[in-house]
Design a binder for this molecule. Structure first.
Ligand SMILES: [Zn+2]
Length: 310
């Protein structure tokens, strides 16, 4: 087994089995790279903003590390990574099911602060599984060594981690935190923001990541009730949130503008000023949404409102 290039022996981060062959797991699932390469402008590159605010061309380097045994790797793949792109990402310029359902159900605001605990005729469970798996992955360190600053490790309360692991392995629903699924409606974000922590001014923090036009939030139950009016019981809530969209937009633009480019080539993204756009419209939407070819940005940052990290 030792002579195989893609195997290492160690303990599995999810099930804890010792001395087992480990798979070179992806932090960002591999579908992300293939989808991005498929849809981005061929003359442009995939860029990454590192945790130290260096912006660099990713080249062919994907973020991987020996983390999981084959059993756990297959688990995450089968229940989260395989269904997610089919329900949530554009395929051949076809509108993704998740985005269309969010727009149709949430945007015609027949009442203020509409929140839903599930979407009808939709694979809510696979989406939830994928979101939990991404947040859990972010509790691990994906950097290769101390000089590698590509990613930022999230620090969750132990109870959150225990509940995430139990859910990913045995489907026991976590009770100490809630997941919010928020469509980003104002600006196109052809990007992925890896999970990060944000401190709140009044105390407490939340965790978030972004893929495509979705923002995924993890926060404890009390904060969730505080920030989202009309929140129903349940593990997940689909809602539009000006509060979280504004926070995300501020952090995103700030880290993009303030990050320093590594190398001489410009890594500016072409869509940030909305060039080369073609519109997508949705039944029930009040404004056109855009999908733009060009550079893609994988964003990692450790910004918080009180900026506790360096
Ligand atoms: Zn395992």
């Amino acid at each position: 087994m030792n002579n195989k290039d893609n195997y290492n022996i160690g303990h599995c981060e999810l099930c804890g089995t010792q001395n087992i062959s480990l798979i070179n797991s992806h932090y960002l699932p591999s579908f992300f790279y293939s989808r991005m390469y498929d849809i981005k402008d061929k003359n442009h590159t995939l860029n990454l903003i590192q945790s130290d605010w260096t912006k660099r061309n990713m080249g062919d380097h994907q973020i991987t590390k020996y983390m999981l045994c084959k059993y756990c790797e297959d688990l995450l793949s089968k229940y989260g990574e395989t269904p997610f792109p089919n329900i949530a990402l554009p395929i051949n310029q076809r509108n993704p099911d998740l985005f269309v359902k969010l727009i149709r159900n949430l945007l015609p605001k027949t009442q203020n602060n509409l929140t839903l605990s599930k979407l009808d005729n939709f694979d809510n469970d696979s989406l939830y599984y994928f979101i939990i798996s991404m947040f859990w992955r972010s509790s691990l360190s994906w950097n290769k060594n101390q000089y590698d600053k590509r990613t930022f490790q999230c620090h969750y309360p132990k109870q959150f981690i225990d509940e995430m692991k139990l859910y990913l392995q045995k489907r026991v629903i976590p009770l100490s935190f809630k997941i919010l699924v928020i469509p980003l409606l104002r600006t196109p974000y052809n990007s992925c923001s890896l999970p990060k922590e944000t401190n709140l001014k009044g105390g407490g923090k939340y965790y978030s990541f972004n893929i495509y036009q979705y923002l995924f939030i993890l926060l404890n139950d009390t904060l969730a009730e505080e920030k989202i009016e009309g929140l129903q019981n349940g593990k997940i809530a689909y809602c539009i949130s000006d509060y979280f969209e504004n926070n995300f937009s501020y952090q995103f633009n700030r880290s993009y503008k303030e990050s320093k480019t590594k190398g001489r080539k410009s890594l500016d993204v072409s869509w940030i000023d909305q060039k080369f756009t073609f519109g997508w419209s949705f039944t029930g939407s009040t404004q056109p949404l855009y999908f733009i070819s060009g550079n893609y940005l994988v964003k990692e940052c450790n910004i918080s409102w009180t900026k506790t990290n360096t």
